[in-house]
Design a protein around this ligand. Structure first.
Ligand code: ATP
Length: 250
């Protein structure tokens, strides 16, 4: 039986107040099996980043519940949420969030340093080699290209082998070869190492590496697709875009 890594029920999240209020999540519900590579897709503004931040316990929601590995994230205090993020979750953000004064190697090791854990040298070596960072370990972020910074951020997210990895557009700054290597690696992390991967992307080709795609529109989950091909994904996305645009104009 497949165990469940994440269960989100009826999530509601509103930004702002009054006339300018935006309901970014409007009753989003979702179940993510453990050890699966899941992609979240949907039109711009449909709530993908908001959903991912809510699932990861980075942002609070107005209503609803998120169970992550059995813990109710929405009910934890700030300190417990910080520990949960530190010990069980890895993140890859669009903006990398690398520490500018640390080298690539120090950035990669940071989650272990913060948790007072020793690195697994063989695992670090494998990450660095697969992500082609061996020649760049002693550079600081400002001395790295966007793609290299992205790969450092990915290595950092995986270094502690967290149960769950959240990635927001992880291939956004990569050329196609580096992007494919990274996606292959995320797939491997799910299938062979049992990590649960949740990725937000706009790119149907990137999403086709996932086991399952969850589609969002207007803050709600509106469907999913198993073992998707890029063509199937494009078809579904085409069905979502006009509906959202039309509703916004009304
Ligand atoms: N901090 C914020 N303050 C106000 N509104 C916000 C904030 N963050 C997001 N929103 C709004 O909430 C809605 C959902 O945003 P979100 O970033 O989750 O969408 P998305 O699907 O990830 O979009 P994109 O694909 O363009 O990155 C959008 O209408 C956005 O403008």
């Amino acid at each position: 039986m497949t165990s469940i890594a994440i269960e989100a029920r009826d999530l509601v999240k509103t930004y702002g107040k009054g006339d300018t209020a935006v309901r970014a999540l409007d009753g989003a519900s979702l179940t993510v099996p453990a050890g699966q590579f899941t992609a979240i897709m949907g039109p711009s503004g449909s709530g993908k980043s908001t959903l991912m931040h809510a699932l990861a316990g980075l942002d609070e929601v107005d209503a609803g519940q998120v169970l992550l590995g059995g813990a109710d994230v929405t009910r934890l205090g700030e300190r417990q949420r910080t520990l949960l993020r530190r010990d069980r979750i890895g993140f890859v953000f669009q903006s990398f969030n690398l520490v500018p004064t640390l080298t690539a190697a120090e950035n990669i090791h940071l989650p272990l340093t913060l948790a007072g854990r020793r690195p697994d040298a063989a695992w670090v070596d494998r990450l660095v080699t697969t992500l082609r960072l061996s020649e760049r370990l002693h550079h600081r972020p400002a001395q790295l290209s966007g793609g290299q910074q992205q790969r450092v951020a990915v290595a950092r997210a995986l270094v502690a082998r967290p149960e769950t990895v959240f990635a927001d557009e992880p291939t956004g700054n990569l050329d196609s070869r580096a992007g494919e290597a990274l996606l292959g690696f995320l797939r491997h992390a799910a299938h062979d190492l049992g990590q649960t991967i949740v990725m937000v992307t706009h790119d149907p080709h990137a999403a086709s590496y996932a086991d399952r795609i969850v589609f969002l529109a207007d803050g709600r989950v509106v469907g999913d697709l198993l073992d998707p091909t890029p063509a199937e994904i494009l078809g579904r996305m085409a069905g979502l875009e006009p509906a959202t645009a039309a509703r916004k104009e009304n």
